[in-house]
Design a protein around this ligand. Structure first.
Ligand code: PLP
Length: 211
């Protein structure tokens, strides 16, 4: 593979938008190729798969690892130990557990809370009303750096529908004074950028060669 798709997107997006290169399903060698083109943030969604790559790439100290998958409670300690960012915190209970374990481990992960903005039954996350009602309690948790919200749109929406959901995420984040929105994937990143995403999570678009 080559980094040409990566470089094309990198050159197109505004400077306040970060690319998270989602390397799940791709190999350490492919991560090296993209890293060498200037990318240091990589996202993984399964702990075991990620950990093997982290070991392979441990001399690449510049790499920031982001966890973006469904969080199993029994993996929280390992996730806290090995990831600088966690995008996919989908319940208050898990957030509390992350906070407690981070304190024990003397870590301070950057946290984005996953929000559920549509009725897609395959996607978890905080309902906006719950997030707002729990906000005081959330803000009191120790050893987490709460920087934003994350959302995954359902498949098959029109461009307009994607844009509307992303705007909802942005305005909720703004109302909570959170700078980041982790939103937009290979199929809907342009709408996400238009709505104010600060982290677009791109997998296939970066790691699969266009031909
Ligand atoms: C796999 C994955 C992505 C990347 O998906 P692509 O469509 O390949 O860009 C982004 N976010 C999450 C949460 C994922 O699981």
């Amino acid at each position: 593979m080559n980094p040409s798709n990566y470089l094309k997107i990198k050159n197109k997006i505004p400077s306040n938008v970060n690319i998270l290169a989602v390397s799940k399903g791709f190999k350490s060698q492919e991560i090296k190729t993209i890293q060498n083109a200037g990318q240091n943030d990589f996202g993984e969604s399964k702990f075991q798969e990620a950990f093997e790559k982290q070991l392979n790439l441990k001399e690449f100290k510049q790499i920031n690892w982001h966890f973006i998958g469904r969080i199993q409670s029994n993996k929280i300690r390992k996730i806290v130990q090995n990831f600088k960012y966690i995008h996919s915190v989908d319940s208050f209970e898990k957030l509390q557990k992350i906070s407690n374990i981070s304190l024990e481990e003397k870590k301070n992960p950057y946290i984005m809370l996953q929000v559920k903005l549509s009725d897609d039954p395959t996607k978890g996350g905080f309902r906006p009303e719950l997030l707002v009602s729990k906000w005081r309690e959330i803000k009191e948790l120790k050893n987490i750096l709460l920087t934003g919200l994350m959302t995954i749109n359902p498949k098959g929406l029109s461009s307009m529908e994607n844009l509307e959901l992303f705007k909802k995420c942005r305005s909720l984040a703004d109302s909570l004074q959170l700078p980041d929105c982790s939103m937009g994937m290979s199929g809907d990143w342009e709408e996400a950028v238009e709505a104010g995403s600060t982290w677009i999570r791109l997998g296939s678009l970066i790691f699969r060669d266009s031909s």
